[in-house]
Design a protein around this ligand. Structure first.
Ligand code: FAD
Length: 93
């Protein structure tokens, strides 16, 4: 018979979404939330924890950042989305 586990919260998938969810629960200022027993399940072994994030390029999209503002670069959500789509179109050609 397989192992049995008990938890208050079960998260299926140890990719970045699952890990961030677990950490958010543990970081909660509310004791009734951060005291929950969490079970993080993944189909892969511990060495592969992290899912696709382990092979991602670590690119992060930001707009209207302090660095841009200091440099006088005007940017906003619509412009960032348009830039992102134009990059996708280049890759699709
Ligand atoms: C080559 C590459 C480069 C990338 N570069 C960037 C980048 O620069 N910037 C960026 O923002 N994003 C990038 N991404 C995308 C980013 O990595 C993913 O969007 C993100 O990691 C997805 O995280 P996730 O937790 O949602 O899913 P996943 O990482 O797919 O995690 C899902 C987890 O669930 C587990 N799982 C699946 N099915 C089951 C099951 N039935 N039972 C138990 N466990 C299961 C998997 O083993 C996996 O660990 C890139 C992706 C790739 C492949």
């Amino acid at each position: 018979m397989g192992k049995r586990y008990q938890s208050d919260v079960t998260i299926v998938g140890g990719g970045i979404a699952g890990i961030v969810t677990a950490l958010s629960i543990l970081d909660s200022p509310n004791p009734s939330i951060h005291s929950k027993k969490i079970l993080l399940l993944d189909r892969d072994g511990p060495s592969k924890l992290g899912g696709l994030a382990k092979i991602s390029f670590a690119g992060i999209t930001m707009f209207d950042s302090p660095v841009q503002r200091r440099s006088g670069i005007k940017d906003n959500q619509e412009q960032a989305f348009a830039d992102w789509l134009s990059i996708c179109l280049i890759f699709m050609q």
